[in-house]
Design a protein around this ligand. Sequence first.
Ligand SMILES: Cc1ncc(C[n+]2csc(CCOP(=O)(O)OP(=O)(O)O)c2C)c(N)n1
Length: 517
Amino acid sequence: MNGAEIILKTARDAGVEICFANAGTTELTLVAAFDTVSGIRPVLGLFEGVCTGAADGSGRMKQKPAMTLLHLGPGFANGIANLHNARRARTPVFNIIGQHASWHLTADPPLNMDIACLVKTVSGWQRSSRSVNALAQDTADALAASLYGQISTIIVSADYQWSEYEGKSVKMPHFEFDSFDQKKIEAAAKLIKKSTKPALVLGGRTLRKPGLTTAAKIKAATGCDLLMVTFPAYFDSGEGSPLLKRIPYFPEQASALLGEYDSFILVGAEEPVAFFGYKGGKSHYLANSQKWIRIDTEKQDAAAVLQALAEELGASSSKDNISSLLAKYELPPPPTGKLTAQKMCAAIAALQPENCIIVDEGVTSSASYYSIAPTLKPYSHLTLTGGAIGQGMPCALGAALACPDRKVINIEADGSAMYTLQALWSQAHEKTNVITLICSNRKYFTIEYECLRAGYSSLGKEAKALMSLDNPPLDWVKLSRGMNVPAVSVSTAEELVKELKAALNQSGPHLIEVVLG
Ligand SMILES: Cc1ncc(C[n+]2csc(CCOP(=O)(O)OP(=O)(O)O)c2C)c(N)n1
């Protein structure tokens, strides 16, 4: 067995099922090893950002690491934006980067660069391989580290991949989250009890069903409000989940909401800060007079920490009825007439099947979806955690491969889509059940809107050209069909309802360009 084979065998034995790959000459032995070591499905991504975004989507759904195989520093660099999103989502991802043969590095060949330096920007754990016989341990250590919800990366020299492995098989080290800090739990319980208007801010693993139920019990017992982070990595939304107030994106609205409370307990969430430093604006939303405490650390299971808080408050065994706090099913009527972003969201909400996965990179066009979706049948909601656009289509690919029996609906802004639209080819190749709805406003509306907010009210031709996508317009139907994904374009709500229904009744990927007025 060679070094490449021991890596795949160790990863497979540790539970890795899928590898999103775009390999080159320094990864050839790993490529060949997929034929000799079975159990990990290799998936080709036609750009590294597709591989890393797909690994993020898979990891969010499975809560275990997907693997990527990337080529040297340039390949990894192409994948960094979506690894950044995965890092912010706290998704377990395991990257393998091929490196030049160890003896060749001193020649400084053309593709050589400081890979470790790049890797550091997104990885919580990283290692450069030192010998072929350390590769099983390197792999096991990387995978164990990723389970805390971080990115683990190993850089493996080509000669270690092709050399014979003479070490032992190793198992993944026993993994356990750190235990919670009882003092913090007690302090948080005291803070809630003595506050006039406390809020529990939820993020990370607390936004999955068990955590949400615990949060509802805490609310029932204490009267605290339930808030959620602006862009959750994963959120069990819909009927039966408690209604949460999402912290708004724009500072004025976020400040207004957060200003209502005198204390905050954060679980799986960082202190809320503004996305950007605006002229005359501030970074931190919470005033000195507002008390806050984060009760978990990155190495703890936020849902378990929340449960500990519930127990401290006597909320977990309380007979308080939480059903009045949970969303009731309410189906919005399908919209009619010329399409707007709001009508598109209403049409999706009216048709989305129970247990579907919504991958939301609709940017400004999906804003209204948040207010209607909580009362739908239960579904999973994945959003853009790190703000690096170009994540939706790859994430939908990864989520669909992780959950082949579920429909994935990707609400995808047109500008963001253009960063990683190659994901459509992988969706076609892998026959994934992804329906992509392109929010075709033919502009970078966010940038236009932010310019207005910043006081640039009458932009000239040159500036406008940096945010317009209509000259020439993108032909989404041709782009999609060119990658073998059937596609149509719609401009009325009736057409959208008809085409979305039809796509939901078929398997395989589909794309609908939603032309927004
Ligand atoms: C990787 C990356 N590059 C650039 C940006 C800056 N940016 C933020 S939003 C945006 C335009 C988004 O346009 P689109 O996806 O069409 O959505 P819309 O704003 O029209 O709703 C850009 C370029 C970013 N966030 N991430």
